[in-house]
Design a protein. Structure first.
Length: 83
């Protein structure tokens, strides 16, 4: 049952490498974006450092786009700002 649950939904907390891969960039570039606050800072769970997948989604939506804004990104921003 536990194995089936692991496949049923994506993890909420991601390691540095997983977070970088999630947004589609290298770990080095991800570090740059975290340092410049264009990506969120991590959360600490005891000795583990993890990035919140939902915070990554919001930060990714806030990055500038080439051309017109994706309507989904605008909807996510509105929902986040309303919360």
């Amino acid at each position: 049952m536990a194995d089936r649950d692991a496949i049923a939904y994506p993890p909420r907390g991601l390691s540095r490498d997983e977070a970088a891969r999630y947004v589609g960039i290298s770990a080095t570039k991800f570090d740059e974006l975290v340092k410049s606050r264009r990506m969120p800072r991590p959360k600490r769970i005891d000795s583990r450092v993890v990035w919140d997948r939902l915070a990554l989604d919001a930060a990714f939506s806030d990055l500038p786009s080439d051309g017109a804004e994706n309507p989904l990104d605008g909807g996510l921003r509105i929902a986040r700002d309303a919360a």
